[in-house]
Design a protein around this ligand. Structure first.
Ligand SMILES: *[C@@H]1O[C@H](CO)[C@@H](O)[C@H](O)[C@H]1NC(C)=O
Ligand SMILES: *[C@@H]1O[C@H](CO)[C@@H](O)[C@H](O)[C@H]1NC(C)=O
Length: 244
């Protein structure tokens, strides 16, 4: 084949790939755009930034608290949801030992902030070796079946996605079991040790929150957490007086 026809062929292949990509990204055919709906993805399939409506304008804790509170959980246990609830109730930002860029642009500006200028600091790790890093801790516990499943979904499709069915069936090469079965056997001891370490090795006070109770009775569970972190919020009640 002449050099010229090779170039023409290469150009044709590139064009073909490009058209396939454009086709898949178009709103009708991209799986993701169907999932997120039009408000989330624009016509080219790029993510748009949905904004969170905060009840109060978010601010930093002022003055900063000398008492840094850890918000501990196994991944997939509602840590970000609880941070969201706390930010809504208090208007004070919550921090994290991680820098999750996705969360930072979606309503959690204090990613990677771990001092007293935030209300609580998210962590999925064992208690830190420096004894003064956290003075107290909120331990958010979700039953391991749901937590491990939720985190498996997050690993595949991000914070609000669901892993495809194929991800549960796929067999790993070295084992006979599916990747999912291996994942569960590997994560169960991680789930167990995280909770055990915070309950036995952490010197400060630990406030336990069960995710399932937080779902069932959000208001009372949240009120207990706010009491633990010494933040008072006034609830606004509306009374409707019907005059006869
Ligand atoms: C996180 O914060 C630390 C110290 O405040 C800083 O050195 C580091 O660069 C930050 N990491 C990212 C990814 O921004
Ligand atoms: C809340 O206040 C109590 C009593 O003053 C104090 O012992 C505790 O450390 C405070 N907790 C936090 C998280 O600031």
């Amino acid at each position: 084949m002449s050099r010229r026809s090779i170039i023409v062929l290469a150009a044709a292949v590139v064009m073909l790939y490009f058209s396939i990509i454009l086709f898949m990204l178009s709103p009708l055919h991209g799986a993701k755009s169907a999932y997120y709906g039009n408000s989330y993805m624009n016509h080219f399939g790029f993510r748009q930034v949905p904004s969170v409506n905060w009840c109060k304008e978010l601010k930093w804790r002022s003055p900063p608290s000398p008492n840094v509170v850890a918000l501990v959980s196994y991944p997939g246990s509602g840590n970000t949801w609880l941070r969201y609830l706390l930010q809504q109730a208090t208007g004070i930002v919550t921090g994290s030992i991680y820098m999750d860029y996705g969360l930072r642009v979606h309503g959690f500006p204090a990613e990677n902030v771990t001092d007293g200028s935030v209300l609580v600091v998210k962590t999925h790790e064992a208690p830190p070796l420096e004894p003064d890093k956290f003075k107290s801790a909120i331990l958010l516990i979700r039953n391991p079946r749901d937590a491990i499943l939720a985190d498996f979904n997050r690993l595949h499709k991000g914070h609000i996605g669901t892993a495809p069915k194929s991800a549960f069936k796929r067999k790993s090469q070295e084992h006979k079991k599916s990747e999912w079965a291996n994942y569960v056997s590997a994560q169960l001891p991680v789930w167990e040790s995280l909770h055990r370490l915070w309950l036995t090795r952490f010197a400060g006070p630990v406030h336990i929150v069960f995710y399932e109770l937080l779902v069932q009775d959000t208001r009372a569970t949240l009120a207990d957490i706010l009491e633990f972190v010494n933040v008072t919020v006034t609830e606004v009640s509306y009374f409707f007086i019907i005059r006869g």
